[in-house]
Design a protein around this ligand. Sequence first.
Ligand SMILES: [Zn+2]
Length: 283
Amino acid sequence: MNRRDFLRATLGVAIVGGCAPEVLAQVARIPPASKPGNYDHFIRDYLYKIRNFDAHHQEDVCLDQAQFRLLKSCVARFERLQRTVGHGNFYLLSFDEAIKISSNYPRVGRFTKEELVFLEMIFYSDAAHYGFLGEKPLQNLTARIQRRKVVKVPYTGNYLYKGLPLETYKKVRRDLGREVILTSGIRSVIKQFLLFLNKAYKHDGNLSLASRSLAPPGYSYHGIGDFDVGQVGLGADNFTQRFTTTRVYRKLTDLGYIKIRYVKDNMLGVRFEPWHVKVSPKA
Ligand SMILES: [Zn+2]
């Protein structure tokens, strides 16, 4: 058994039935969408979950208590690291750079051995195990973003890859004008770790729930070219269904060249994300 198989097996065993009692109590209050039995039931159940993406569901996979403690310390360390290097740099930071900088800055602090094993487990475990069914464009934990291949987009704090992603965004700006804004561009494995783990942390270590809104690290197409757009002035609501009521969304759907990565009722285990533009070359 190689290291990766070992980690996968460890995670597989450890997370089964790991929901905290208070989470299970919450689950009990949610009526099951259907009884198991046939394919129709399965589909109805599946759609119920991705439409109620932020709720705990009966079969959700959760971390156990020991793993939850590691989740908490990793999130805190990533947040200290993000404050130290700045949000812009954090979008591009590789895993190796994160380890090195954390060791050099006492206010961040060195990742413990247990934290590193935990992060490897999260990265190399099969996300289908907890419900995320999309592809994994970044297979390597230490994948790097080459700085010469990216540009910072003015007034957004975000980066895009040169070539198709940048050209697509420019075209959208030309067609929709100044009311459309880039809300999220390139995300390193590290940035995706923070987003995904933070979501799981806020929901009692529920990996299934987290993955219905945020691709696990390695599985996000933000790593290779996708980006999110929003309506200027809508703020954080650009990442909610309210976005579908905006002029930007209406105009976006009229552009023949724009495709949405996570369409309504997709079979990837992910909620509807009308703001997430699919442009990556590998798509
Ligand atoms: Zn997105």
